[in-house]
Ligand binder design. Structure first.
Ligand SMILES: [Cu+2]
Ligand SMILES: [Zn+2]
Length: 202
């Protein structure tokens, strides 16, 4: 009987101790979360859900004597990157959009941006194709009768500033073309002149 009482008491003491322990940890975690929320954004829900949240946005400038300009945003949340591009001043119809290998838009025809970003040495193609595709092969989008167009894409095959050369879009560029990507012509889909360009840099 004595033994049982002792055992019970010991169990209670242990339980109380571990309870205190848990409480202490909880408090510490709360403090961390609060700090993060305060120093980063005011959207606390977003913060808690996505510790890896990163963002880079930049403008696209007209090239090859076009009037095509725009805005691009890359956002990384929970291991996935979403790109959102909106263009204006395009000719109505289908246009290719790619990630090219250099964040250099200085050339009048945009050729300073180099070829398609292709860190995995694949053939040019349609995103997800079993025959292969470049990590920069975003694809085509439509510009309406007013020359406005918009495209979004989400993938876990990109990252923002993670340092993995097969996935990191930082230091590359976005190029919009005069024509459509046929997804078969090598090395870049025969999409025509580079009408808009922007470096993927902060
Ligand atoms: Cu291109
Ligand atoms: Zn390509």
């Amino acid at each position: 009987m004595k033994k049982l009482t002792l055992l019970l008491m010991a169990t209670m003491v242990l339980a109380t101790m571990s309870c205190n322990d848990t409480k202490k940890k909880d408090t510490e975690m709360d403090a961390d979360t609060t700090e993060e929320t305060m120093t980063e954004t005011n959207d606390s829900m977003d913060q808690k859900m996505s510790n890896d949240k990163k963002e880079v946005s930049f403008m696209l400038e007209a090239k090859s004597e076009s009037n095509a300009s725009g805005k691009v945003m890359f956002q990384q949340v929970n291991g996935k990157v979403t790109m959102e591009a909106s263009l204006s001043g395009l000719e109505p119809g289908t246009h290719a959009i790619h990630i090219h290998e250099k964040a250099d838009c200085t050339a009048g025809d945009g050729t300073s941006a180099g070829g398609h970003w292709n860190p995995t040495f694949q053939p040019h193609g349609k995103w997800g194709a079993s025959e292969g595709y470049h990590k920069g092969d975003i694809g085509n989008f439509e510009a309406d009768d007013n020359g406005n167009g918009r495209i979004t894409m989400t993938t876990d095959q990109w990252c923002i500033g993670c340092g993995d050369s097969n996935r990191d879009v930082l230091g590359k560029s976005i190029i919009v073309h005069q024509g459509a990507d046929d997804f078969t012509s090598q090395p870049s889909g025969a999409a025509g002149a580079r009408v808009s360009c922007g470096g993927i840099i902060q």
